[in-house]
Ligand binder design. Structure first.
Ligand code: HEC
Length: 142
């Protein structure tokens, strides 16, 4: 019987711990992202020939960019900008990235290629506020 009680109280402690975990969970998804989450979004948005970043670059080189595609891809940058605000980026500011994204979104809405190209150049330059080319986190290179 003693042993049974002991086991029960252990079980109770485990339950408490589990409750503690679930109580923390909404915080994680609502307010906080980890660097790892951010890294994944970064990769999805910017890395590779099929990424929104590469697609937008390709579209803007065309005489008649596919504005619908650009508008779709800009959403990935907007989501990225929102994600920045949920991570403690103690070393850098996402302001330039977000500013450029907003400008790009507006330019895409107005199908303004000149403004879109400028905004996109700004967006691409903004990577450097957080990434150092040559020695970047995750081996980013040009
Ligand atoms: C406000 C800061 C910030 C800006 C601006 C920014 N990044 Fe990032 N990026 C990060 C952080 C933080 C990570 C996650 C790094 C880590 O895993 O510690 C990351 C990760 C990445 C990764 C994934 C690396 C890997 O191998 O896991 C890629 C690719 C990337 N960024 C590309 C870009 C590009 C391209 C731009 C510009 C269009 C950009 N980033 C702008 C902060 C930023």
């Amino acid at each position: 019987m003693r042993r049974f009680v002991f086991a029960l109280s252990l079980f109770g402690a485990a339950l408490l711990a589990a409750n503690g975990l679930t109580a923390d969970e909404p915080k994680k998804t609502d307010a906080k992202l980890t660097k790892k989450d951010l890294g994944k979004m970064m990769k999805d948005a910017h890395h590779g020939a099929k990424s929104p970043h590469a697609r937008t670059a390709a579209e803007l080189k065309k005489d008649a960019p596919d504005w619908e595609e650009i508008t779709k891809d800009v959403k990935a940058f907007v989501a990225m900008g929102e994600a920045f605000q949920k991570v403690n980026l103690n070393y850098t500011s996402p302001a330039k990235y977000i500013e450029s994204t907003t400008a790009l979104s507006k330019a895409a809405g107005g199908k303004d290629k000149k403004a879109a190209t400028e905004a996109f150049t700004g967006l691409t330059k903004s990577c450097a506020s957080c990434h150092f080319y040559g020695g970047a986190p995750g081996g980013l290179e040009k």
